[in-house]
Each structure stands twice: as C-alpha cells, then as structure tokens.
Design a protein around this ligand. Structure first.
Ligand code: NDP
Length: 371
C-alpha cells in the first residue's frame, strides 16, 4: 500500500509539474488525493507476453484505466492472469473467438500487444467488434496496412491509439516545451541512437514474417518518431544505408543496423542509427542556435536522464505505462487532448518513413517524403 501511495505521490508531482489537466478535477493533487468516481476505461489485453505483462502490472496503479479482460492463445497464461488480476471467465477470449467481444458490454477497449505482423488484422477485427483499440508500435508493417487500420477504426467509430509511451514522459515533454516556446532557438540538428544487442536467434523479432523487418521496425522507430517530436517538423527527405555483419542471424529482410538521415523544411538535419547489434545505444541529442538538449537514456523504461544548456532535468521518474494508460483513458473517454499525438495518423507517418528508409536502402537514392 505504501509503495502504491509513494508511486501516486511521485506520479502526481510529475504530472503536476507538467500542468496536464486530469479529468473533472480542479487540480492533479485533487485527482490523486480523493477517491475517483469518474469514468474508467475497461481494457482487455491481447497477447500476454513480455510487454503485455509490464503493461498489466503498470495498470494496477491507474485510476482511470482497469484491466478487465484477456485475449491469448495460451490457456495456462489466461488461468494465471485470471487469478492474479481477478478477471472473470466471461471476459477471456482466444484468437479464434475474440470477435465475440462485440457482445461484451463490460469491455471498452483492447490493447493489442502481439508480434508486429499480427497488428493489422487484429486491430481491424477489434474495430469491427465496436471496441476502441490501443495498438503497440510499430502499428503495422507498412503504410498501406496502417491506412487500412485507420479507415477500419474510422468506419467503426472507435478510437485508434498507438503505444507511444515517450509522448507522456516528463523530461521528453519538457524539452518539447522548451523547443515550442523558443527557449532553444532555431533547431539545427538531431541525433537519435537506438539499439540493443538482440539474443535468441529463434525469436519472432528476427523472423521477417512476424516482425516485418529487423531493428528498424522494433527500436529504430524510436529514433524516427523522436526526430519528429524533438525537431517539431516532419522530414521532407530521407537517405539510408544498411550494415550487416551477421547474415546468418539477420536473414534477408531482417536488418541488423541501418543508418538514416532526414532533412526538415526549416533546414535542420537528423542523423540516426538503429541497431540489433550494439548495446548502450539509447541517446537523443538536439542542437539548436540558443542551446542544446540531451536525453540519455532516451527511450528505455527509465529513469530517463536529461539535460539542456540550462542544466539537469529533475522531473521525477514515473512508470511510463501507468501514465500512458491514465492519459489514454482520458483521450478515449473524454477526448482529452494529447500534448504529442498518439493516434493512428501519428503512427502512419512513422510507417511512411519506414517504407521510405527501406526503399532508400534498396535503391541507394534520396527519397522525398510527403507526410
Ligand atoms: P513477446 O514475444 O514477449 O509477446 C508477444 C505475445 O504475443 C506472446 O507471448 C503471445 O501471447 C502472443 N502471440 C500471438 N501470436 C504469436 C506468435 N505467432 N508468435 C509469438 N507470439 C504470439 O513480445 P513483446 O511483448 O516483447 O512484443 C509485443 C509487441 O509489443 C510488439 O509489437 C513490440 O514491438 C511491442 N513492444 C513495445 C514496447 C514499448 O515500449 N512500447 C516494448 C516491447 C514490445 P499469448 O501466449 O498470450 O497468445
């Protein structure tokens, strides 16, 4: 109980520091100090794997979002999760029968946390069942799939959000605030380094069929997305080069490392590296006319560390997935605005860039972007 109280205090201090409004309360202190009786987003998680487990744990501290349902292909996991989280049998589904969720009034949204290649069909099926969808990154394997998912959700009149947890991270948001308010001056350069040394060669992340690619789909997407929110513009061109040192492990269509460069309309450029073969690669750096901003680590689960030309950023660490789910509940239930968008359109831009990076690698050409 104490750790929960401490967590909520840290969370509230941090959200307070960002002045993020919270549903129906005079202040964020008010929100966390009083019993909450407002609307709650009732969520089913699809895919009870490593990240699904992390999200479920983090949701236990949420006031506006609650784990109420499970969708899984592994009956033993369903059993364990049911007893751990007190989930009734009637809210449990498998991949064959989850369309029946349309007849379940006790579930509002499904959080899809399965391998990348499955997102497209699963999101469309959830939308057709009339439930809101939160989908993990990358939203799909390419822009065409992404567009189809957006259209399916629009047609079904449900919201589509994507798990961009860094869009709610306090130090990241502080740098975005400084950039927006002109404290850094004109943005000149962004560097995004994102990677880790991947293990088990048999995992789905190294299977083109399930992953849709390699490091770029999984971790390089953070540098793509980060370049956009740090610079505050959409890139207009991209160039890219691939390096493969281990073709045995990183088979055809599974990239080991890709370097890519962006040009932005205001004149800024970006230089990024995505890799499955380097550890300690987690850094953003923004150079501007009046100052700089640095995040290292920049996109891990935290604590994120940040500094600018004005000094260290001291915002307290918050569990990313708790804040994300709290804020996403607000977006879905009460149309609260997101400071940095987390909708399907936002994810589609990253997918268009991923398509262009793979094309640039293949052709060796500079690819123009229209986002
Ligand atoms: P895991 O392999 O740990 O879990 C994936 C789960 O999906 C499995 O446990 C399984 O759950 C289900 N699944 C359904 N079909 C398959 C299949 N054919 N092969 C393997 N698993 C299957 O992966 P992660 O949890 O690490 O990643 C899932 C998604 O979350 C990915 O899209 C990834 O990019 C994203 N992610 C996002 C992160 C973030 O920080 N935003 C961090 C990590 C991952 P079950 O047995 O219940 O069916």
């Amino acid at each position: 109980m104490d750790s929960r109280r401490n967590f909520l205090q840290t969370l509230s201090a941090s959200i307070l520091a960002l002045s993020i409004p919270q549903h129906g309360f005079a202040s964020i202190e008010d929100f966390y100090s009083k019993p909450y009786e407002g609307p709650v987003l009732r969520v089913a998680i699809m895919g009870l794997g490593s990240y699904g487990t992390r999200v479920a744990e983090a949701m236990q501290a949420c006031k506006m979002a609650k784990l109420v349902g499970l969708i899984s292909g592994t009956p033993s996991k369903i059993k364990n999760w049911q007893s751990k989280y007190n989930i009734p049998e009637k809210n449990c589904y498998n991949y064959e029968n989850f369309d029946l969720i349309k007849d379940n009034p006790d579930i509002d949204a499904v959080y899809v946390i399965t391998p990348n290649a499955l997102h497209h069909d699963q999101v469309i099926r959830v939308a057709k069942a009339g439930k809101h969808v939160i989908c993990e990154k990358p939203m799909a394997l390419n822009a065409k799939e992404g567009q189809e998912m957006i259209e399916a959700c629009r047609k079904a009149n449900v919201k589509l959000l994507v798990g961009y947890r860094m869009h709610f991270e306090p130090k990241t948001l502080e740098i975005i605030r400084m950039r927006k308010e002109g404290e850094l001056g004109k943005i000149m350069f962004f560097q995004g380094l994102c990677g880790f040394k991947i293990g088990d060669p048999t995992q789905w992340r190294l299977n083109k069929q399930l992953a849709g690619g390699g490091s770029l789909m999984d971790i390089g997407i953070y540098a793509i997305n980060g370049a956009r929110y740090m610079v505050g513009e959409e890139p207009v061109w991209v160039t890219a080069q691939e390096t493969k040192t281990n073709p045995e492990k990183f088979k055809e269509g599974v990239d080991e490392s890709i370097q890519f460069q962006f040009g932005f309309p205001g004149g800024a450029v970006a230089s990024c590296l995505s890799s499955y073969n380097m550890s300690n690669l987690d850094r953003f750096f923004l150079a501007a006319e009046k100052g700089f901003a640095e995040l290292q680590p920049s996109t891990g689960y935290g604590p994120i560390r940040g500094r600018t030309n004005k000094g260290e950023l001291n915002h307290p660490h918050v569990t990313h997935q708790t804040v994300q789910m709290e804020k996403m509940a607000g977006i879905i239930l009460t149309n609260e605005p997101a400071q940095v968008p987390v909708d399907g359109e936002e994810a589609l831009k990253d997918l268009k860039i991923i398509d262009a990076i793979y094309l640039a690698v293949k052709t060796g050409k500079k690819i123009n972007l229209k986002l």
